[in-house]
Design a protein around this ligand. Structure first.
Ligand SMILES: *Cc1c(COP(=O)(O)O)cnc(C)c1O
Length: 380
């Protein structure tokens, strides 16, 4: 039996070329990028080159890229760093009910520290309305944070329009673009984004690195103080090897963007077709069209989620209950709860996310296995 990995939205396998770039960087660049000697200068050059590639991928300048330990830290720095640096200008933040926990739990922390947060609801497809964003803005609002592509159901938000609304109201705009980055182009010269979070391991780079884009002149209160790395916005010796691996993964993602997005979309479409031809009763969660190409979240009535995932795992298939962070716990998905006023919906919904290395045969096999498990459950 061949194992099938259909959980790329939780973490995508490191591409061999990215791993190789990391290994080479580790072995060839032994210095600290802040050191003055030639070992240091060589490490600095490698880091600068990586940062340039990251910046180019979104039409940003190199000093607008703050390297972080991943998407979570980027979200934290965006929200807390911006809120604390601008608390004289207002104490109100706007976000949505379907953000990643790295945003939601950080907003809850800010609420405990005296900030007011509005959590905008979504419709049954997981879409935020522009009117709701506009109406939520008050003269105390300093920041709007709306994710680009949702990690559980894949729904894409109209962030270009939301960025325009924020700009027209003189409010900063942050977007968590961890899932869309590399698949959907975004150009900072076109879209008035103030802050944007990205993570390496969701696009076949190493885990433990990401970046926060911060538009030139954006003040942030840093978490980490110490040396002057990242222009004093994040102290600590830079992870040169991870940056090199991340940059390699980005380079490939940018080169193959359309090809990858098209392939993932075909896999997702074929998956739904296979489920239908297997006679599985299901409903799609999330928007049909405005959805990330690699994420398919389905509701299968009357199944027990945990047992279903275990049975898939026994068959060698790795899928997820929605977000990796809620795996292993029975907590209902906050995203599906925001979309549907129905606890059964999140108790019986699963996420499949495709990526590099998946094939149409694998997708067929997953659909067959789902049918088998549904039959077994319904006859048991
Ligand atoms: C994975 C993910 C994060 C967290 O990124 P890490 O690098 O794992 O910390 C944040 N937001 C979204 C939408 C994600 O999918």
């Amino acid at each position: 039996m061949k194992n099938i990995y259909a959980d790329h939205a939780a973490s995508a396998p490191v591409h061999h070329e990215a791993a190789k770039a990391m290994m080479e960087a580790m072995e060839n660049n032994i210095g600290n990028p802040s050191s003055i000697h030639h070992y240091g200068r060589k490490a600095r050059m490698q880091l600068d080159q990586a940062r340039q590639q990251l910046a180019d991928s979104i039409g940003a300048a190199v000093d607008e890229i703050i390297l972080t330990s991943g998407g979570t830290e980027a979200d934290n720095l965006a929200l807390v760093g911006y809120a604390k640096a601008h608390k004289d200008q207002g104490s109100h933040i706007i976000t949505t009910q379907i953000e990643h926990h790295a945003v939601l739990h950080t907003c809850e922390r800010l609420e405990n520290q005296g900030f007011d947060v509005t959590y905008i609801p979504v419709n049954q497809y997981g879409q935020v309305s522009l009117e709701a964003v506009q109406e939520a803005i008050t003269d105390k609002t300093i920041l709007v944070s709306v994710m680009h592509g949702n990690n559980e159901v894949g729904t894409i938000q109209p962030i270009e329009e939301i960025a325009d609304i924020a700009q027209a109201n003189n409010v900063a705009f942050h977007t968590d673009a961890v899932q869309s980055y590399g698949l959907m182009p975004i150009d900072m010269k076109q879209t008035p984004v103030t802050l944007m979070s990205v993570s390496s391991h969701k696009i076949n780079g190493p885990k433990g690195i990401g970046f926060l884009y911060a538009k030139k002149g954006t003040k942030l209160m840093p978490f980490l103080t110490g040396g002057e790395q990242e222009k004093k916005r994040r102290a600590g010796t830079e992870n040169v090897a991870a940056a090199a691996g991340f940059a390699k993964a980005v380079e490939m993602a940018v080169e193959q963007r359309e090809e990858r997005a098209g392939f993932y979309q075909q896999l997702s479409d074929y998956f739904l077709k296979c489920l239908e031809s297997e006679g599985v009763r299901f409903e799609l969660n999330g928007a049909k069209e405005e959805r990330l190409p690699h994420i398919t979240n389905i509701f299968i009535p009357n199944i027990s989620l945990e047992s279903f995932l275990v049975q898939l795992d026994l068959a060698g298939i790795a899928a997820s209950s929605g977000s990796a962070c809620t795996a292993g716990s029975v907590e209902p998905s906050h995203v599906l709860s925001a979309m549907f006023n129905d606890p059964n919906r999140s108790a019986s919904s699963l996420r499949f996310s495709f990526g590099q290395g998946n094939s149409f045969e694998e997708v067929e096999q997953i659909a067959k296995e789902i049918r088998t498990i549904v039959h077994r459950m319904n006859s048991g």
